[in-house]
Design a protein around this ligand. Structure first.
Ligand SMILES: [Ca+2]
Ligand SMILES: [Ca+2]
Ligand SMILES: [Ca+2]
Ligand SMILES: [Ca+2]
Length: 318
């Protein structure tokens, strides 16, 4: 794992300065996901990685000067692909959750508040002797997990993007770190990343999923009770691998941004509906980035539809 120290102006280390290169920090085997939060309450940022080969997470407590204590590993399910930090049991201490692609479950590790974590929470007693056998089942091959309250009970819930079953799993929290059985909602082709936020401004959290092979995002509008309406899809570009929601144009409506691995681009999907109108009403009007528009034009041209949607006039027969 590498740490790049920021200069405070949006730039990072000077690559020409040998003394300012990124520092390498050893963690467990095959880290594929990282999250930063203060895990022990000392106000210094700490790091947690999900290690797919080790089937564990590494916790590195920060010293506040950019250095870290030696990593401590905690076993989770098989081949974790994604880790998130949130207080899942309401004791104010940060907890961890991983999406485990090979055991088709999530692991929940409750924090003790001092930077240490308990063995994964079990859904059903008796507790197995192997802590990795304490999962909550999801769909097939979960590769991304996000945390939000989907049913409005002020208890955090979980959602995973499941790469092999082309759906998301939603697990409603019970408030003690345990979760109910997963509900499944269909999305696009090979979902790779899921993010949560209220994109239609009705105060109920919604889900946005990047579909790696669908080249689109699925937007699932939440009903506020933990269930979701059928997904709307929006083209974003080739191979969206990661998705985030944020208000990019400061109009009060959450927007969507994706990293598109196959196109080497980032696509912004600006929410043009304002904060109060639902995403589902009317035809989708995604505003793509210039790169996305150029790509869309290329795709349309390749499909013979012409740029800007005008049908190509058939060539006169000779
Ligand atoms: Ca800390
Ligand atoms: Ca907690
Ligand atoms: Ca909830
Ligand atoms: Ca909403």
């Amino acid at each position: 794992m590498a740490v790049l120290f920021g200069n405070g102006d949006g730039t990072f280390f000077d690559p020409t300065d040998p003394l300012a290169s990124p520092i390498g920090v050893s963690v467990g085997d095959g880290p594929v996901s990282v999250a930063v939060a203060d895990l022990d309450g000392d106000t210094n940022s700490d790091i947690v990685t999900a290690n797919q080969l080790g089937s564990d997470v590494s916790v590195l407590l920060g010293n506040g000067d950019g250095s870290f204590e030696d990593p401590v590993e905690y076993g989770v399910g098989l081949s974790p692909q994604s880790v998130a930090v949130a207080d899942l049991d309401g004791d104010t201490f940060p907890d961890l959750v991983t999406a485990n692609q090979s055991s088709d479950d999530v692991s929940v590790l409750l924090g003790n508040g001092d930077g240490t974590f308990q063995a994964p929470v079990c859904s059903t007693p008796p507790e197995p002797t192997d802590p990795a056998e304490c999962p909550f089942a999801t769909g097939d091959t979960p590769v991304s997990v996000t945390v939000a309250d989907f049913d409005g009970d002020d208890v955090l819930d979980l959602a995973t993007a499941n790469r092999a079953s082309d759906d998301v799993s939603v697990l409603l929290g019970n408030g003690d770190g345990t979760f109910g059985a997963a509900m499944s909602f269909a999305v696009g082709f090979l979902p790779r990343s899921v993010a949560a936020g209220d994109v239609d401004g009705d105060t109920a959290n919604d889900l946005v999923v990047a579909n790696f092979r669908g080249d689109d995002v699925s937007v699932l509008v939440g009903n506020g009770d933990g269930t979701f309406r059928d997904a709307n899809s929006y083209v974003v570009g080739l191979g969206p691998q990661s998705v985030a929601v944020a208000d990019l144009d400061d109009d009060g409506a959450l927007d969507v941004v994706t990293a598109n691995a196959d196109a080497n681009q980032v696509a912004d999907l600006l929410n043009l509906r304002g904060a109060s109108a639902p995403v589902t009403s009317g035809a989708p009007v995604p505003l793509l980035s210039p790169l996305g528009l150029a790509l869309l034009a290329l795709l349309l041209a390749a499909a013979g539809a012409g740029v800007a949607g005008r049908p190509r006039r058939p060539r006169a027969a000779r």
